[in-house]
Design a protein around this ligand. Structure first.
Ligand SMILES: [Zn+2]
Length: 286
C-alpha cells in the first residue's frame, strides 16, 4: 500500500463493503441529538464521529475485565489477575473461566500444587510476554524449569519456548549442576523438549570433558553426576549416547537454533522465529 493511502482504506485486494451514501432510504443507526440535522450524511467526518462513539462505549482494554483471585501453593498466596489476561494467555484458564464453571461464578481459582517462584514468571509472561535472563543460582534455574512445567500444564507453548531459549542462554554461560537434570528426570518424560535439552547437554558435556578441573565445585558436580549415573536405565542410555557423540563433531545443544527444543501444536507458528526474523529485517533496514 502506498504511503499516502488514506486512513481506514482496506488493504489492496480485499473485498470492499460499500458504506451507505444516501440516508433517504437507508437511515443510519446513529442516535445523535442534533435537531438541525435530521439526516446525517455518511460523510468522512460522520464516520469518524461514529467510530469515536463506538470507541467510547466499547473499551478494549483488559483492565475493564474483573480481577480473578488466583490462590497459589499450599499457603494460598493470592494473585489478582485480570480475567481477560488469563483467558488470552492460556486455554486452561479460558476453559476454567467459561460460563458453566464454578471458577467463573466465584472469580476464584485455586492452584495448590503450583509454586509461587514459578507462578511469578507465568504472571510476568501473561502481562508482558516477557521472560528474564536466568541468574546463576540454583533457585533461579529451578524456578525457570518449574515455570516451564506450568507452561506445560496450562498449554502455554510460547511461554515454554521462551523459557527454553532462556535456559539455553544460561547453559551457554554456565556449566549447569547435574542435579538440575535429576529434577527434570523426576518430572518429565523423554519426549519433553526440556528433558531432551538437558539430556543432550549432559551427554555433550561428558564427551567434551567439561566436568573436569572444576576446582572447589568438583566434588558437588561429581556427587550429583553419580546420582544420575547410578540409575541403571539412564546410565546405559548415557553411555551409548556419549560413545555415539564422541564419533561426531556436533554443535553444543545450547547453541542449536530453530524449533528443535520447542513445543508446537500442528501448524502453530513459532513466535521466537517470527521475532528473530522481524529483528533481522529491522537491522537490515538500518
Ligand atoms: Zn519454534
Amino acid at each position: 500500500m502506498a504511503e499516502d493511502t488514506p486512513m481506514d482504506t482496506p488493504p489492496e485486494g480485499d473485498a470492499i463493503t460499500p458504506r451507505a451514501t444516501s440516508t433517504e432510504s437507508e437511515p443510519t443507526n446513529l442516535n445523535i441529538a442534533d435537531n438541525t440535522q435530521p439526516h446525517i450524511e455518511a460523510t468522512d467526518s460522520c464516520h469518524t464521529r461514529e467510530i469515536l462513539l463506538l470507541e467510547d462505549s466499547d473499551p478494549k482494554s483488559f483492565a475493564t475485565s474483573p480481577l480473578i483471585k488466583v490462590f497459589v501453593g499450599e499457603k494460598r498466596k493470592e494473585y489478582n489477575i485480570h480475567k481477560d489476561v488469563l483467558i488470552k494467555g492460556s486455554p486452561f484458564f479460558k476453559a476454567c473461566l467459561s460460563a458453566n464453571m464454578l471458577e467463573a461464578t466465584t472469580n476464584e481459582i485455586s492452584l495448590p500444587e503450583d509454586q509461587c517462584c514459578a507462578f511469578d514468571l507465568l504472571v510476568a509472561w501473561l502481562y508482558h510476554e516477557k521472560t528474564y535472563k536466568v541468574a546463576n543460582n540454583t533457585r533461579a534455574v529451578l524456578s525457570a524449569m518449574k515455570a516451564y512445567q506450568l507452561g506445560d500444564k496450562y498449554s502455554m507453548h510460547d511461554f515454554q519456548n521462551a523459557l527454553i531459549e532462556r535456559l539455553k542462554g544460561f547453559m551457554d554461560r554456565v556449566i549447569m549442576w547435574p542435579g538440575c537434570f535429576t529434577w527434570v528426570l523426576a518430572h518429565f518424560d523423554e519426549a519433553s523438549p526440556l528433558y531432551r535439552l538437558m539430556y543432550d547437554r549432559l551427554v555433550w558435556i561428558l564427551v567434551n570433558g567439561r566436568y573436569h578441573n572444576l576446582g572447589e565445585f568438583e566434588s558437588r558436580y561429581m556427587g550429583e553426576l553419580e546420582d544420575i549415573l547410578c540409575r541403571k536405565n539412564i546410565s546405559i542410555k548415557i553411555l551409548w549416547a556419549t560413545m555415539d557423540l564422541a564419533k561426531k563433531t556436533t554443535v553444543c545443544p545450547s547453541k542449536v537454533k530453530g524449533c528443535h527444543y520447542h513445543v508446537h501444536a500442528e501448524g502453530e507458528a513459532c513466535a521466537i522465529i517470527n521475532e528473530e526474523e522481524t529483528t533481522s529485517k529491522k537491522n537490515n533496514k538500518k
